[in-house]
Design a protein around this ligand. Structure first.
Ligand code: NAG
Ligand code: NAG
Length: 371
């Protein structure tokens, strides 16, 4: 079969080159590269796999075949790809969901939300929210044989962002009676305000997710208008009217010394208020879950956060760990010293790495114990 994971290392430059040639939109190039890895919903001896819809939003469903008495656990999984690319059918995501379903004997729902640049915020958030809210109804849980007390939301990268945002917003939704037991946030993106954190500076040119691509993903989530991208690239996109939000992402308070290294905290530089008015999404906690008051964090489920040392998003995850712990939420933080962003993608050939398997096993083992 044609495998293209090797392209991952060249993704940004390949895509930039194509755009420079005027061939295609940058995101379409990324989409083309990642789409070759898509797999059909093929059942195996352990798991029945089907593509279905929950309240009109597509999702890939993994039902374990093992006969067991009693109700099953469930994991709702949100894939990564910067809100622009990727899919539940991508080979590494499909494999991770199978492993989860098999190891935990759990129902796994992998959400196929709509992507940018065709759709912008809040469509991605709302698609995921729609599936989660639909699934958490008692009548639906009964249909799938799921225990309402043992449900997890999990996601990586942009999917970790969506998982964290959905978990927060559910707390205020009086129509949802079933509570999530745990959330797992795998190298999540959690804030839009400061794109010059120590992790952005230290890992500006690291593979998979250089700063330029992350800025592109963030801005594309809200608009294709390059003025937001340019302002974000120079970290001057937040209007002075929103200065009160900076305390939620103040790395000088929220990062342990080890990650601050010799970086010096500088006060924010404000941008034009026009951008904030045109694209209010980037100041919205449904897009940036770190931008909420402490009181909004109360009631969140037990949380697993995975961070990678060589990742621009490292400090987003670490700051969320600090904020959650400060309000008394139980957090398990796994920090992988030798990993780059997207380490869980390296579980299929030709980039089938022992490290990818080790991290995947750690995460699934945590789910198995805590869910
Ligand atoms: C089915 O599950 C068994 C036991 O966990 C495992 O050894 C086997 O590889 C699984 N099969 C597939 C196709 O994943
Ligand atoms: C961030 O924290 C530092 C150290 O506590 C403080 O001096 C600075 O004023 C804070 N900045 C903001 C914007 O909250």
């Amino acid at each position: 079969t044609l495998k293209t994971s090797g392209f991952i290392y060249n993704m940004p430059s390949t895509a930039e080159f194509a755009e420079w040639l005027g061939l295609m939109h940058y995101m379409e190039v990324l989409m083309m590269i990642t789409s070759i890895e898509y797999t059909a919903p093929i059942s195996d001896e352990n798991v029945t796999v089907t593509d279905t819809k929950f309240n009109n939003v597509p999702a890939r469903l993994y039902m374990p075949r093992k006969q067991s008495s009693g109700l099953k656990r469930a994991v709702i999984y949100i894939h990564g790809g910067g809100w622009c690319v990727g899919g539940s059918a991508m080979e590494p995501y499909d494999l991770l969901s199978r492993w989860t379903a098999n190891k935990l004997n759990a129902v796994v729902v992998s959400v196929e939300y709509r992507l940018a640049p065709m759709y912008h915020f809040p469509v991605q958030f709302e698609d995921v929210y729609t599936v989660v809210k639909f699934f958490l109804q008692n009548s639906v849980l009964v249909q799938y044989g799921v225990d309402p007390n043992r449900i997890c939301i999990s996601g990586d990268s942009a999917g970790g962002n969506l998982a964290a945002a959905v978990a927060q917003q559910l707390l205020d939704d009086l129509e949802v009676k079933v509570k999530l037991k745990i959330q797992a946030l795998l190298y999540p993106a959690l804030q839009t305000l400061d794109l010059d954190l120590p992790s952005y500076k230290d890992n500006e040119n690291k593979p998979i997710l250089p700063k330029s691509l992350m800025v592109r993903f963030w801005s594309e989530y809200f608009t294709t208008d390059v003025s937001l991208q340019e302002a974000m690239a120079s970290n001057k996109h937040v209007p002075a009217e929103s200065s009160h939000l900076f305390r939620f992402v103040n790395w000088s308070n929220l990062l342990p010394e080890k990650f601050k290294k010799d970086h010096v905290y500088a006060s924010p530089i404000y941008g034009s208020s026009m951008l904030g008015k045109k694209y209010p999404g980037f100041l919205d906690p449904r897009a940036a879950p770190l931008l909420v008051e402490d009181t909004k964090l109360l009631g969140l489920p037990v949380t697993y956060v995975l961070t990678c040392q060589h990742d621009v998003l490292r400090d987003d995850g670490i700051m969320y760990v600090s904020r959650l712990r400060e309000v008394g939420i139980e957090v398990i933080h796994d920090h992988i010293e030798d990993a780059i962003h997207g380490v869980l993608m390296f579980i299929t050939s030709p980039t089938d790495l022992a490290l990818g398997h080790r991290v995947a096993n750690k995460y699934i083992e945590w789910l198995n114990i805590n869910l």
